[in-house]
Design a protein around this ligand. Structure first.
Ligand SMILES: [Zn+2]
Length: 101
């Protein structure tokens, strides 16, 4: 797999959030990403067969859970449909952005 465009960590409102990648996770689980709000961590658990695109989409999904938590939007944070839709759009921006260089 080409190296996914996923940071090792990032900051949000002064809080540094670590991203932990775990490619050895089981194939049988439905949810492969977890956003740990208390420990400020995103754990991406994914089987080897997951594509780079799916993995990046997973990162944006979990990042958005953190963002909504940090701004106090608890109801939206727990709305998986909303998080999936908006993170999908943000992922598209990340994939297609032309920074002019
Ligand atoms: Zn979710």
């Amino acid at each position: 797999m080409t190296k996914p465009h996923i940071p090792k960590s990032f900051e949000m409102m002064g809080r540094r959030i670590k991203v932990v990648m775990d490619p050895d996770a089981s194939n049988e689980r439905d949810c492969h990403g977890v956003a740990w709000h208390v420990t400020r961590c995103i754990r991406l658990e994914y089987p080897e067969k997951v594509s780079r695109d799916e993995l990046e989409a997973l990162f944006w999904h979990e990042m958005l859970h953190h963002a909504l938590d940090i701004i106090g939007e608890d109801k939206l944070r727990d709305d998986e449909r909303f998080v999936d839709a908006l993170s999908g759009v943000l992922h598209q921006v990340d994939k297609t952005a032309d920074w002019g260089d």
